[in-house]
Design a protein. Structure first.
Length: 117
């Protein structure tokens, strides 16, 4: 069996057994709902162009929850540790800013309203 440059192999599912085909069925549902139906291609060439553009977006831009909200291309390139570390750094910086803002709000004197004469 031939292997792709990313170490993936082609595996056939059991015929007449849709339970073994769940990932492919999910792919079909996603491509129909996010690409084909919204794009309404008018010809085969138009459909091929839409799908090619969408697959590029799906693999290089779209974040995937099953991959920890990174793109497949980042996962294949082994960049997930770097991405997670950067996210953690940004989250910690945000927490520190919010904490400093809360502390500054507590330390500020509260002005008393002026009495009307």
């Amino acid at each position: 069996m031939a292997q792709s440059p990313w170490g993936m192999t082609h595996v056939r599912t059991s015929p007449n057994y849709p339970q073994s085909n769940g990932k492919l069925e999910r792919w079909h549902k996603t491509i129909k709902s996010e690409c084909i139906r919204p794009g309404t291609p008018l010809s085969l060439e138009d459909a091929q162009r839409l799908v090619a553009r969408w697959v590029e977006h799906y693999n290089q831009v779209r974040l995937h929850s099953a991959l920890g909200y990174i793109t497949p291309v980042d996962k294949l390139a082994g960049r997930e540790a770097t991405i997670y570390a950067e996210r953690d750094r940004k989250l910690e910086a945000s927490r520190e800013r919010r904490q400093a803002k809360r502390q500054a709000g507590r330390a500020a004197p509260v002005a008393e309203p002026a009495l009307a004469s």
